[in-house]
Design a protein around this ligand. Structure first.
Ligand code: AMP
Ligand code: GLY
Length: 423
């Protein structure tokens, strides 16, 4: 089977790395990919949201399965485009259609879905510029901290957590009247603040059946001890050490099953990954968010732990034949540490030569923001490389990643030295 992965991050490198190990694979393409994906397949100079160019590529390369990595093409309808096109309709697609991708693309849509299907989540109300005053009144009924969420996609920046009421009102006003996050904040969801520890679950579904992939926990803040600005993710561990079998059963019964049943009840055609962000406190879990794709850097720890043939699972999902499939994964822990460009998540420079990756043998080097230029591998983004290692437990795995990192360098390289500090 010829496969095309859309995207260019560490997630796409990890997905490609695993698919490349399958006997079912003929040709693997990644669009646009990075300097690492070139090692597992062929990079194509194609923008994943340029649908006419995508169609041409699918036809010319005989692509039979498209795996959509990031949310943007999904929210823009890439799956609908492929599945509804007469010439492409035999192509399998991993990634939900536009309507279903609203689970990530609209916080309000996700909240309404959870309420409709009795899935535990924080209490909320949503507001637009038309009922700003009601928004102020609602804030007054809540206790600090206040959680404000831009309804639409805001590149991970649309959630504000504020400690004081006046500030929360001011931010609400800026989001709604000054479009602080552009069109994404023309509607704002205000939510009850939840305390607890976060973890994530991942399922691959064909809309009716599903398989649960390993759990993971990521570290989003740039600074040690979870301080400073939010990033795409600075590291991750899998499994989540405090996730007992009993808690997993609770998550399955109260969150995963009702989610998949919800797709059926709502007639939602959902083929792809569901990334469920959870918060756990006093024996109970609540859903913080859904994403309609795998996480990054969570994929860099979840996928290496899979022992099953990943491509076989993806084909089964695409054909809606997941029923009865099971997944096997390694008992070992995996962890990843992200090497980022100095300055990230604010302004940073690109084009710095990366040294030493070829000397790493005890860890897996997943490329994120990298590209090849005149035979050299250089930085090409904020998050540059994820270093994944295995260990008996997450501490051993982390130790190995930090050892491997000593062999790599580029100008102004930065990373967190305390991944897993709270476990
Ligand atoms: P989201 O984009 O919805 O995942 O929110 C981003 C981050 O904000 C989450 O990973 C949490 O750390 C935090 N967060 C979101 N919603 C809440 C909430 N209701 N209570 C506490 N923290 C939250
Ligand atoms: N690491 C968080 C995300 O992929 O959304």
């Amino acid at each position: 089977m010829n496969v095309l992965i859309l995207g260019s991050g560490g997630r796409e490198h990890a997905i490609g790395w695993k698919i490349a190990q399958s006997n079912l694979l003929s040709q693997l393409y990644i669009a646009p990919g990075n300097a690492g994906t070139k090692e597992v397949g062929t990079n194509l100079d194609l923008n994943p949201t340029d649908f006419p160019a995508l169609k041409e590529t699918i036809l010319s390369k005989n692509i039979e399965l498209v795996v959509v990595g990031p949310e943007d093409p999904l929210v823009k309808g890439v799956s609908d485009f492929i599945l509804n096109n007469d010439e492409l309709k035999n192509t399998l697609v991993i990634g939900p259609e536009k309507y279903a991708a609203q689970l990530e693309g609209s916080k309000e849509f996700a909240k309404e879905f959870m309420y409709r299907h009795n899935i535990p989540t924080a209490a909320y109300k949503s507001f637009t510029v038309k009922n700003l005053e009601e928004g102020y009144n609602f804030l007054e009924t809540l206790k600090a901290p206040y959680v404000l969420k831009a309804d639409g996609l805001a590149a991970g920046k649309g959630v504000l957590i504020l400690n004081n009421l006046a500030e929360a009102k001011q931010e609400l006003k800026e989001m709604l009247t000054e479009q602080k996050f552009g069109e994404a904040s023309s509607k704002v969801v205000i939510e009850e603040f939840l305390t607890g520890i976060e973890l994530s679950c991942f399922v691959l579904t064909d809309g009716k059946s599903y398989v649960t992939l390993p759990s993971a926990k990521d570290y989003k803040r740039i600074g040690e001890e979870d301080k400073g600005l939010n990033t795409g993710g600075m590291g991750a561990v899998s499994p989540v050490p405090f996730l007992s079998d009993e808690l997993m059963q609770q998550i399955d019964a109260k969150v995963i099953k009702p989610t998949i049943n919800g797709f059926q009840k709502d007639n939602i055609n959902y083929v792809g990954f569901v990334f469920i962000g959870l918060i756990y406190d006093k024996g109970e879990v609540k859903v913080i968010e859904y994403n309609c794709r795998m996480g990054d850097p969570e994929t860099e720890v979840v996928i290496p732990r899979l022992e099953s043939d990943f491509l076989e699972l993806l084909i089964a999902a695409g054909k809606k034949e997941l029923a009865g499939k099971t997944v096997k994964f390694k008992n070992e822990s995996a962890c990843t540490v992200m090497l980022v460009s100095g300055g990230y998540p604010e302004a940073y420079e690109k084009g710095k030569e990366i040294f030493g990756t070829e000397t790493v043998s005890e860890s897996i080097v997943f490329h994120a923001g990298t590209k090849e230029e005149n035979g050299k591998v250089v930085t090409n983004g904020g998050r540059v490389i994820a270093i994944t290692s295995f260990g008996e437990d997450f501490k051993e795995a982390l130790k190995q990643s930090y050892n491997s990192i000593e062999k790599i360098c580029f100008e102004k390289m930065n990373y967190r030295t305390d991944i897993g500090f709270d476990l």
